[in-house]
Design a protein around this ligand. Sequence first.
Ligand code: XBP
Ligand code: MG
Length: 254
Amino acid sequence: MGDRGPSAARPGWIRPQLRAVIFDVDGTLADTERDGHRPAFNEAFRRHGLDISWDVPEYGRLLQITGGRRRIATYLREHGYGPEAEDLAMRVHQTKTTLFRERVTSGGFTARPGVPRLVEDLRGAGIRIAVATTGRRSWAEPLVTRLLGADVVEVLVTGDAVSRLKPDPAAYRLALQELGLGADEALAVEDSAIGLRSATAAGLATVVVTNAYTADQDFSGAAAVRSAFDGPEPMSAQRCRALHESWWTERRAG
Ligand code: XBP
Ligand code: MG
């Protein structure tokens, strides 16, 4: 952020209040991509008799295509499949979704360090919790419950509920609608440039917490960029409030 202080905001401007935090799931609440979704895609390819296996760098490239079914279909088309790519992608993705859900329900994932503490702190401060992901509800719902506990997440928007996936703002817009809040009353937490674009396009101040796949991406416009939730200055309700306020103050003053 620049060096303008809150006093630079236009006269008469009412400071927005932070009432909810909307979290992304993959890469944000948990490190699910490299050792979670990727092996599930590869096992699904194997079960469908396809000689395809995505290694770690290749999967990193493919993360630019959001949504598992779209990711498979794009890859198949890149590798010479014709009109049958869509139908095959749909079937492989159904298998992948079943496999990934099994992994979730058998306790295969833990939250990123610092996430449970942050969520507890937010709830204690009366800040509501929501989730916006491009993944499927069938695994996202049990995953979020396992990571954060039952009845913690008030609104859960998944890729099934929107016709356009991130970087389109649809998932975040729907989350705000279901929360009954304006964009200036919530803060998004994302791990990727695509997620940041989606949340920013919905009008949200966004904190980015990077991971190994996303650390080098362009996060211009973020309210803050960090590499972890925990550490010497852990993410907290107070920090979320401060980042939300400074992002909006900067914006209104500019
Ligand atoms: C995550 C995704 C998802 C998962 C796979 O993006 O792109 O597609 O990789 O999930 P984000 P599905 O973190 O921005 O939501 O296979 O269920 O689509
Ligand atoms: Mg993500």
